[in-house]
Ligand binder design. Structure first.
Ligand SMILES: Nc1nc2c(c(=O)[nH]1)N[C@H]1C(S)=C(S)[C@@H](COP(=O)(O)OP(=O)(O)OC[C@H]3O[C@@H](n4cnc5c(=O)[nH]c(N)nc54)[C@H](O)[C@@H]3O)O[C@H]1N2
Ligand SMILES: Nc1nc2c(c(=O)[nH]1)N[C@H]1C(S)=C(S)[C@@H](COP(=O)(O)OP(=O)(O)OC[C@H]3O[C@@H](n4cnc5c(=O)[nH]c(N)nc54)[C@H](O)[C@@H]3O)O[C@H]1N2
Ligand code: SF4
Ligand SMILES: [Mo]
Length: 731
């Protein structure tokens, strides 16, 4: 048993806080502060602090399970893997490769996401792969790509935030979703900068703001256009910048000018004086930023909405300049890297397009297959889930729990049940795993090594700190074993560093170029920002496996980590080594002509607006103590005590009309279904809106209600707005 502590990163959100893990004599690990990691400087939220609880065998899966006479029973690995391979082969023979669906997750490491995408295309030959990141930041990604030619959530490190003059934070409840990052906003204010928060609720984050704008859910597009209208009307456009660094201004300007402040006030409920104050705070300082999160993005017009916020940055010269810019706060642990390396329906590694012949040739060459053998783009996440049991007959799922987290979840659950065969790899028996024909128990963060890319585009090495329990295998081992059973013996290594070396080559020359990044550099430099092309004269073959540069081998006693190797002697500081790219776009944008592109967009209504039958707006989101579908955090006592179950947040006026007192059960009914949860009455929410967190299954499941209306570009579902009615529940 080794006792040294291992510096690593949290398993949960995209901040990827640094932490130290020390093995305990009785098993498991203890978390301690890692003050030298710049992003969180030692601070952790309750989820990160308690993450080791999910390593304990009390709450997790340690044996494969197979369905026998209707129930899941323990089985050997061979039995479980044979069953999966058999079912996939049968479905492919009977219905063709596109009958095999694959669903991934933005929590998977780069190595896993890369291997899953390769597995789908090379082993299964299916186009039907997508992942839960589609539900997360896909609208911001689409808008960023349109405007800047490249999607990296934040084009600057978080450390720039306190040095700018004003931040508009749109639909992010950072105080609950990334608590250690709140420091950047308080430092901004300490330095004399201002914070504007746009949220229909007066959240803990909004309480920190100099100005809180509380629009009606689903109206951020009008709000951004109204602000741009005022920028023009007040003569605050940076004409020289617009001239030199952008295209498309005239059309965007014309579209914005149709959004008069009074009209915008009527749509959003934000008053004209507040709009004017926001423009003043944003335009007066030298530099300013707009940051968006899920509030404006998870809408059926999320891409246009983010586009409108980017327009505001471009018109005022606040992009591609020091301490200024637009950024999206990506959510999942590897939400950034997870969208770059090929588990998305239309994508190949390195953020390449599956429809680009040159990209297909490059990646096919790395994979040792013919470019024509690679399938084309498949369906987006919700569309894929909606097709289960129709032309998609089997599903392999890794890193998501859609029974709780997908929109219109009752329908998605029904679709999952209608499959011929469902295989789920997970660390716990999630609500989705409960429906599976085969469940595979896999290793998790502290028990394995892999890279993640945090919300700043900083590639990080999560290191193994302890030996996994008996009975579990890694996702990479699962894919290796399945590939072998399906006749592909080579190309699916189980050593994460070997996978990363291949990922480097596959990403070389692509928009998200990782070819200059090695495990060695990640250890020595504590992270490297992409793009990071291989430097001139760098010979990939000379890069050694490096995890033995750690003070001690973290492999534990059975050597099962597969991360051993010999240290090379060349350090990271050679002249040929690319330093990585913390700040993007300072000289030029990543478009062909180097200029950023305005988009001409106009406001439109949500897919479902309130009416006589469903008169109230529902929006959904998160609480600090639970993570996503709750599969992991609902198994941690301390977090359950802090956030024991779902609730319906509503304004006292709505509560009075309903006759509901604090804690009374309230039924929320939409066209998709009905959910019941206790009332939480607060004047911190608009009187026309109710809020539910989505972390729980069962009666209080928020996603029973949500509308799967999709954004036409990003295919993001409208999690943040639908029409509901409230009913008192009499017992
Ligand atoms: N505790 C915790 N932290 C997490 C997660 C978690 O599940 N739990 N998940 C991680 C992930 S994957 C993600 S994506 C991030 C998400 O991080 P956030 O985006 O901060 O989280 P949300 O609570 O979904 O939404 C943020 C805010 O949007 C507001 N909102 C709702 N509708 C609208 C609207 O129409 N317009 C605007 N402007 N705002 C609106 C909500 O009131 C809410 O306060 O958090 C990450 N961190
Ligand atoms: N109403 C509403 N719904 C939402 C949202 C919202 O704001 N409102 N937000 C959406 C967003 S932004 C997101 S990101 C999604 C997230 O929702 P999900 O996709 O359900 O995400 P998680 O709950 O994180 O599910 C991850 C699952 O994978 C398992 N797991 C963790 N690590 C690994 C691993 O390394 N390998 C394998 N095989 N399994 C692993 C976990 O135990 C868990 O069961 O929810 C979306 N749903
Ligand atoms: S803020 Fe995110 S990364 Fe940091 S400890 Fe909490 S969950 Fe983990
Ligand atoms: Mo997310």
């Amino acid at each position: 048993m080794q006792t040294a502590s291992t510096p690593t990163h949290c398993p949960y959100c995209a901040l990827q806080c640094g932490m130290n893990l020390s093995p305990l004599p009785e098993g498991g690990v203890e978390v301690s502060e890692r003050a030298d990691f710049p992003v969180n400087r030692g601070a952790l939220c309750g989820k990160g602090r308690t993450a080791p609880a999910v390593l304990s065998s009390r709450v997790r899966l340690t044996s494969p399970l197979v369905r026998s006479k209707g129930t899941l029973v323990p089985a050997t690995w061979d039995e479980a893997l044979d069953r999966i391979a058999g079912a996939l082969t049968d479905a492919r023979t009977a219905h063709g490769p596109d009958a095999l669906g694959v669903f991934g997750g933005g929590g998977l490491t780069n190595e896993k996401a890369y291997t899953l995408g390769k597995f789908a295309r090379v082993v299964l030959g299916t186009s039907q792969i997508d992942y839960n990141g589609r539900f997360c930041m896909s609208s911001a990604a689409a808008a960023g790509t349109k405007a800047f030619g490249l999607d990296r959530g934040l084009p600057f490190p978080l450390e720039d935030i306190p040095k700018t003059g004003c931040v508009i934070l749109v639909g992010s409840n950072l105080a609950e979703t990334m608590p250690p990052a709140l420091r950047y906003l308080s430092e901004l204010r300490d330095n004399g900068g201002t914070l504007i928060v746009v949220d229909p609720r007066r959240t803990k984050t909004a309480e920190q703001a100099d100005l809180h704008l509380a629009p009606r859910p689903g109206t951020d597009l009008a709000l951004a256009l109204g602000l741009l209208h005022l920028v023009v009307a007040e003569g605050r456009v940076d004409e020289a910048y617009v001239q030199q660094r952008t295209t498309g201004w005239e059309d965007a300007r014309a579209a914005a000018m149709a959004h008069w402040p009074e009209y915008v006030e009527r749509i959003t409920g934000v008053s004209v004086p507040q709009l004017r104050e926001a423009v003043r705070l944003f335009c007066e300082p030298e530099a300013a930023m707009v940051l968006t999160a899920r509030g404006p993005e998870q809408q059926s017009k999320g891409t246009d909405t983010v586009g409108a916020w980017i327009n505001l940055c471009l018109a005022t010269g606040r992009a591609g300049r020091p301490l200024s810019g637009y950024g999206c706060l990506t959510g999942q642990g590897n939400g950034q890297g997870g969208r770059e390396h090929g588990q998305k329906a239309d994508q190949l590694p390195g953020y390449r397009k599956l429809t680009d012949p040159a990209a297909r040739r490059h990646v096919a060459d790395v994979w040792g297959v013919h470019p024509d053998s690679l399938p084309g783009p498949g369906r987006s996440a919700y569309e894929l889930l909606d097709a289960l049991g129709t032309d998609i007959r089997t599903l392999l799922l890794m890193g998501s729990n859609p029974v709780v987290s997908a929109p219109r979840a009752g329908h998605v659950e029904e679709r999952l049940r209608s499959l011929d065969f469902l295989a789920v790899a997970d660390v716990v028996l999630s609500e989705t795993a409960e429906l599976a024909d085969v469940v595979l128990p896999v290793t998790q963060w502290a028990e394995e090594t892999g890279t993640t890319t945090n919300l700043e585009g900083r590639v990080l090495l999560r290191r193994q700190a302890i030996t996994p329990p008996d009975g579990v295998r890694s996702d990479l081992e699962v894919l290796h074993e399945l590939a072998a059973r399906l006749g592909v013996e080579k190309g699916f290594p189980t050593d994460p560093e070997e996978v990363f070396e291949e990922l480097r080559r596959a990403s070389a020359g692509g928009p998200a170029d990782y070819s200059g990044i090695t495990y060695r550099r990640l250890v020595e430099e504590d992270g490297v920002f992409w793009p990071c092309p291989a430097g001139v004269g760098t010979d990939e073959g000379e890069e050694d496996a490096v995890l033995d540069v750690l003070p001690e081998d973290p492999a534990g006693d059975d050597g099962s980590t597969g991360v051993d190797g010999s240290a090379g002697d060349d350090g990271p500081a050679g002249a040929s080594v690319h330093p990585g790219t913390p700040r993007l776009f300072l000289d030029r944008f990543a478009t062909e002509d180097g200029r950023a592109r305005f988009v001409a967009v106009s406001h439109r209504a949500a897919a479902e607006e309130p009416d006589a039958e469903y008169p109230v707006l529902l929006t959904t989101g998160r609480v600090v103590a639970q993570y996503q579908s709750g599969a992991q955090t609902r198994r941690v006592d301390e977090l359950n005590t802090a956030a024991p179950g779902p609730f319906v947040e509503l304004h006292p006026r709505l509560a009075e009309r309903l006759g509901a007192a604090e804690g009374d059960p309230v039924a929320v009914v939409s066209r998709r279904g009905r959910a019941v949860a206790p009332a939480r009455i607060t004047s911190a929410i608009r009187p026309d809106t109710v809020f539910m967190p989505f972390h729980w299954p069962g009666e209080g499941r928020a996603n029973t209600l949500t509308n799967p209306a999709l954004d036409p570009t990003s295919r993001m579902p409208e999690f943040k707005t639908c029409a509901v009615r409230l009913e008192a529940v009499t017992s």
